[in-house]
Design a protein around this ligand. Structure first.
Ligand SMILES: [Zn+2]
Length: 742
């Protein structure tokens, strides 16, 4: 077994791990591929770490004590129609801690003296913003001053042509919906002068608690501007541009933050974020700067049609905020490709988005747009939000996580998500999105407890808690990151990687061979092979635990695309190359057997490594093929040695979160067993029955109560030899098993 001492003795340059890793020996007879073998694997419960020491929550910054955020997003017409007292009463009754109130930058909700900050046309000299701030403060709620720096009007464009984003032909870029509004460039003095002038003016006039910009930075994409300044920058959507974008973003963020603090030291600036794993700003840098992560991921879209979109965003926040304040917005209005901004969405869908917010460790945030007729022509959203907020307010202690208990880390390749175009045979902006969703669904279906890990946060102190890291086609990896992953494996961690992982450096330059070739035990034998007709197969060559449950077949599905590899000793699966799918007369393999590996497995000490040369996660997402799911589950089980920190057994498609909390622990069960989980929206709830939960607590911990927070009842439990067991008899759309310990 390789240990740290032998590694150091042998020297890093020769990298002895490659030699130490050996091909995995057959586990059992090649004839055994019975279905029963894959079922009923008994996970090994690993003990939870010693509990964190108590801390004084009173010493936290004010925003970290916020549990519920409310926003009636204000329209230009609202000063003429919105009932300010009713608005403030509603949010107070819902137990909101803080409200967003519009200052804006496109039009002013107060009598602004900043040039080009034109008053809204229904303002009529009134200080609508000031009235709202006063009404909120009178009821004990804090106020966020909300600005929109992304658009402005023709008079501003005429006076400041340099403020506009430009097309390659030099013409200004305009709003796609209201062509009077031009799009402002974040590199221009609009952001240096105009936005700070508004922050200073608001700070001088009102008692607000912090400042926020909507509409900037962009979500999930990068700007593409050809103004005089941007023309001197590297082309958009390149690694070099991303660097310049992040530098400018952080410069502005810190500048606005300093201006916000000029009046009150506990004030701050924050901005529109979201886009989950393919966010625009570098999330590692941003996480170190931001006091508030504002996940603007308000509902399902045609791009992200799966129900877990909010929970996915929550995992991203958790990966980069180190426990600082984070929230994701639930739109009470109708989101999606066809929108109704002033109309309520299905309550079941809005509720699930709030369930996911809490389950993933975020603070609740509920949002509607426009207050026609007092507080909205459609008022159905109000009871949905108020009921939810009021319930949650009874359980703040149990709903606030201190740390995740997950034992699997999924690496977020943010640069790959943003900048990698997919393999040449399948260029697609959706490529990595589909990859992420494929792995995400597989992890949910296997009820694994996992965290996201940002690619810039692979230091041992952050990742040593994970039994395994998963690298779903993390194509772009710097030499340094490759070294960090090697060190992780050397210290006993396991890996599952796929497809073009490490085939590119951080600048998207193609390497001659994989950056992790030595670690993964692979070598590239040719360019990526796509599918034209019938995709390739993986021929079963010998028995192995990752093939448990497969019987009565000699081959399994491969993936849509693969990197051809040089042969490895004693392969478990080999590639049967793709062939014609139509006409059926030609739908047979012209080459029925090769020595090209379709999976490569290695083992050294407690580390296990699995590499799939195909884009298996994405292919699972595109096809839903159960063989691919089983293969992924078996492989994750093998590399983690079936170790679990919490085991939840029962029927249904659930997402699970397990947190350590101040009172004890919280196991969140999100029930996605619903015909509308992959295509919105939820219309009804389809309850699941008994879920048996088990977890191994630290030796000294005693359990005093297990309570279901949604159902509002106590549960009987057993604590035998450190293993806590209880049964959740029924889960509607969501429940939280809150465990109180002493
Ligand atoms: Zn520009």
């Amino acid at each position: 077994m390789l240990n740290r001492r032998t590694f150091l003795k042998n020297g890093a340059a020769t990298f002895p791990l490659a030699a130490a890793l050996k091909a995995v020996q057959p586990a059992r007879s090649a004839e055994i591929f019975d279905d029963a073998a894959g079922a009923g694997v008994i996970p090994k419960l690993v003990p939870l770490p010693p509990r964190l020491t108590p801390f004084d929550s009173a010493a936290l910054p004010w925003q970290q004590k916020v549990h519920r955020v409310g926003q009636s997003n204000m329209t230009e017409h609202d000063p003429a129609v919105m009932n300010v007292e009713e608005w403030a009463d509603y949010w107070r009754s819902a137990r909101a801690d803080v409200l967003f109130i519009s200052v804006t930058g496109i039009l002013a909700f107060y009598p602004s003296k900043v040039p080009f900050h034109r008053p809204g046309k229904f303002l009529n000299g009134r200080d609508f913003f000031g009235e709202c701030v006063a009404a909120a403060k009178k009821r004990g709620m804090r106020c966020v001053a909300r600005m929109s720096p992304d658009l402005n009007w023709p008079d501003a464009l005429e006076a400041h042509p340099e403020w506009a984003m430009r097309h390659p032909d030099g013409s200004p870029q305009f709003s796609g919906e209201d062509p009077r509004l031009f799009r402002t460039c974040m590199f221009s003095t609009y952001m240096d002068d105009y936005v700070p002038a508004i922050i200073r003016e608001v700070n001088s006039l009102y008692d607000v608690d912090c400042f926020y910009t909507n509409g900037w930075p962009p979500l999930g994409s990068l700007p593409n501007c050809h103004c005089a300044i941007c023309s001197k920058l590297p082309p958009s959507n390149t690694p070099a541009y991303w660097g310049a974008f992040n530098d400018r973003l952080l410069q502005l963020w810190q500048k606005y933050d300093a201006i916000a603090k000029e009046k009150k030291p506990d004030s701050f600036f924050f901005a529109n974020l979201g886009g989950n794993v393919h966010a625009g700003p570098n999330l590692d840098r941003l996480g170190k700067t931001a006091a508030w992560f504002q996940g603007d991921n308000q509902g399902r879209t045609s791009d992200d049609p799966a129900i877990w979109g909010c929970a996915l965003q929550g995992r991203v926040c958790h990966a980069v905020m180190d426990g600082k304040f984070a929230t994701n917005i639930t739109a009470a209005y109708s989101t999606g490709s066809v929108r109704w901004r002033n109309l309520s969405k299905n309550p079941a869908e809005a509720n699930m988005w709030m369930n996911e917010t809490l389950a993933s460790g975020l603070a609740l945030y509920y949002h509607f747009i426009g207050s026609e007729a007092g507080l909205g022509e459609d008022r159905r959203w109000q009871k949905v939000g108020a009921d939810y907020f009021q319930w949650a307010s009874k359980h703040d202690a149990h709903l606030k996580p201190r740390r995740s208990l997950a034992n699997i880390g999924v690496v977020i390749g943010q640069s790959t998500q943003l900048l990698y175009p997919g393999p040449a045979v399948a260029h697609s902006h959706e490529y990595m999105r589909e990859t992420t969703h494929g792995l995400y669904e597989a992890l949910l279906a296997g009820r694994f407890a996992f965290d996201f890990v940002h690619e810039d946060r692979l230091e041992p102190e952050r990742i040593s808690k994970y039994r395994a890291l998963l690298l779903p086609n993390i194509a772009m990896l710097s030499d340094r990151k490759c070294d960090q992953i090697r060190a992780y494996v050397r210290s006993g961690g396991s890996l599952m990687a796929s497809f073009e992982t490490s085939l590119y450096d951080e600048n998207l330059n193609l390497r001659a061979d994989f950056g992790l070739a030595d670690l993964l035990g692979i070598s590239k034998a040719g360019e990526v092979v796509g599918t034209n007709g019938n995709a390739y197969y993986g021929r079963i060559e010998r028995s192995h635990p990752i093939l448990a449950g497969f019987s009565n077949t000699n081959w399994l599905p491969g993936s849509q695309n693969r990197v051809p590899l040089k042969p490895v000793p004693d392969p478990v699966l080999t590639v049967v190359p793709g062939f014609v799918q139509y006409p059926p007369e030609l739908a047979y393999p012209s080459v029925p057997r090769t020595n090209e590996p379709a999976v490569v497995l290695r083992e050294a000490g407690s580390s296990r490594i699995a590499y799939f040369p195909g884009d298996i996660e994405r292919t699972f997402w595109l096809t839903g093929h159960g063989d691919l799911l089983r293969l992924l589950h078996n492989t994750i089980g093998w590399i983690t040695r079936d170790e679990r920190i919490v085991h939840v057994e029962g029927d249904g498609f659930l997402e699970i979160f397990a947190w350590e909390t101040t009172p004890g622990y919280a196991v969140h069960l999100l029930n996605y067993t619903n015909p509308n989980s992959h295509h919105g929206w939820l219309r009804s709830v389809y309850p699941v029955t008994t879920q048996n939960v088990s977890m191994r607590l630290p030796d000294t911990v005693k359990v005093t109560a297990v309570e279901l927070l949604r159902a509002g009842r106590s549960l009987p439990f057993q604590l035998d030899a450190g293993v806590l067991r209880f049964a959740v008899p029924r889960v509607e759309d969501y429940d939280v098993a809150a465990i109180t310990v002493s």
